[in-house]
Design a protein around this ligand. Structure first.
Ligand SMILES: [Fe+2]
Length: 461
């Protein structure tokens, strides 16, 4: 996969912004554009969005909003995150270099045109009608599991193709359900599938794993971003905070210092307004884990999140919840029993640890939960609960179906017609707004074949 820097100039600018450059840019803005390595828009807490520009220039560029020009502020200058020790196995983690300046500017929802260096930034429509959903996109290189996905093979790691196909649907919004960064370990010598891939937690791996393949989709629409467990502080959290988290960057809560990882591993839930009585409630459960937990500070944090999500779901409106870990998916590892969701998530919504198995939250005001983490496509509608959609199928190696001998029937609360699981397909999903607060969920493979279609009805109120 070529770096963004190595792409032909016309292609790079097209991927970044979609605007014709040479004819329309002023000399000053064109000069700034020459240094731009990324330009995209993130939906932010509070109802607006934030423009992010990555540049190797000595200062941040100006931004033009509805004809008014002003400076972007510097989120972070070039920096290197210090070497550290892997919490899980004691191995050494190399320093992570980000030789870029990260610039940003808040954008009010009413703004209709934004431009940096002659590159138009996508902005949220007043009423968002089409949402592309992708998840679990990176190329897995990980020593501890001996996983070495063939990042150089577009069939084995097809995120670039998925992003192109998804961009061609002309979404108003892109929702990524988490796990962007997977290139944690070096490609082993002699492995042609991943030879030459960067690895580790710095910019080079982030660029190859995410920014290069995602470029057409970053140019197509603003993004709402869930944080995955791969973006925990112990893993790619520092890059998450520099590049993708829409909140302000706060020293001590930016995953730069292992002594302060707890602070950097969380932000409070917030709503992305879709207009006309609909929203997506975004939750950062990146560090909640799958298992029951008992630490009082962790329990207090996620119980507060559960209460906040419940409060953000308004009666009489269409409320989606999106986070990385499914609330109510039917999951089964090769040697596990069928289960609904994760005990950790159930605890966030009030279940105690002992009773948290098979206890997905009912959330009567929520129309659907949209998640990833499991590398497949799934619809699971437990009676009395919001339907769960899992879209963990956009690039990372797919999960395999369980062996027939491991199948143990349907878990309580799920009838066979309310459960659909698709293994072994790479692709994306599209949410289309219908009348009366309903939405259509349609999942496609990379070639446009429909894998799954369901109508989401408004629940509650
Ligand atoms: Fe995950």
């Amino acid at each position: 996969m070529p770096s963004l820097e190595s792409l032909p100039r016309r292609l790079m600018l097209s991927a970044l912004g979609g605007l014709a450059m040479a004819g329309s840019a002023t000399p000053a803005s064109a000069q700034g554009a020459a240094h731009i390595r990324g330009a995209y828009t993130l939906m932010a807490p509070g109802g607006g969005s934030v423009a992010r520009v990555l540049t190797d220039a000595a200062q941040c560029p100006d931004i033009r909003l509805d004809g008014q020009t002003g400076p972007m502020r510097e989120r972070a200058g070039p920096r290197t995150i210090a070497a550290r020790v892997n919490e899980s196995d004691g191995s050494a983690i190399a320093p992570a270099a980000f030789p870029l300046r990260v610039c940003e500017a808040p954008i009010a929802r009413a703004v209709r045109h934004a431009e940096v260096g002659g590159i138009a930034l996508p902005l949220p429509a007043t009423i968002i009608r089409r949402i592309v959903v992708i998840g679990d996109t990176g190329c897995r290189l990980k020593d501890s599991s001996q996983s070495y996905q063939a990042c150089n093979d577009a069939a084995a790691w097809p995120f670039a193709k998925v992003a192109l196909a998804a961009a061609a649907t002309h979404p108003d919004l892109v929702l990524h359900v988490g796990d962007y960064h997977y290139r944690e370990s070096p490609c082993p010598a002699g492995n042609a599938g991943c030879a030459g891939s960067p690895s580790g937690y710095g910019w080079e791996a982030w660029n190859a794993d995410f920014f290069v393949p995602a470029a057409p989709l970053l140019a197509a629409a603003p993004w709402a971003v869930d944080r995955g467990n791969h973006e925990e502080c112990a893993r790619a959290g520092a890059g998450w905070w520099l590049l993708l988290d829409p909140h302000a960057l706060v020293a001590g809560a930016d995953c730069a210092d292992p002594a302060q990882f707890f602070a950097g591993n969380h932000t409070a839930p917030y709503a992305v307004e879709l207009g006309d009585k609909a929203r997506v409630i975004i939750a950062d459960f990146a560090a909640i884990g799958e298992k029951p937990f008992s630490a009082p500070d962790k329990l207090a944090r996620y119980r507060a999140d559960g209460a906040a999500i419940t409060a953000l779901a308004l009666p009489g409106e269409t409320n989606f919840v999106s986070d990385h870990y499914p609330f109510g998916a039917i999951t089964m590892g090769k040697h596990d029993a069928l289960r609904i969701g994760y005990p950790s998530i159930a605890q966030a919504f009030g279940a105690d640890a002992a009773a948290a198995g098979n206890a997905a939250p009912a959330l009567p005001m929520v129309s659907a939960v949209i998640s990833g983490h499991v590398h497949l496509l799934q619809y699971a509608a437990q009676s009395g609960h919001p339907p769960q959609f899992v879209v963990g199928m956009s690039g990372t190696q797919e999960d395999e179906p369980p062996a027939p001998a491991d199948a143990q029937g349907s878990p309580a609360g799920i009838s066979p017609g309310d459960l659909a699981t698709r293994y072994g397909h790479f692709g994306y999903a599209v949410l289309d707004r219908l009348d009366g607060g309903a939405w259509a969920f349609t999942a496609y493979d990379m070639d446009g074949t429909v894998l799954l279609k369901r109508i989401i009805a408004r629940r509650g109120g």
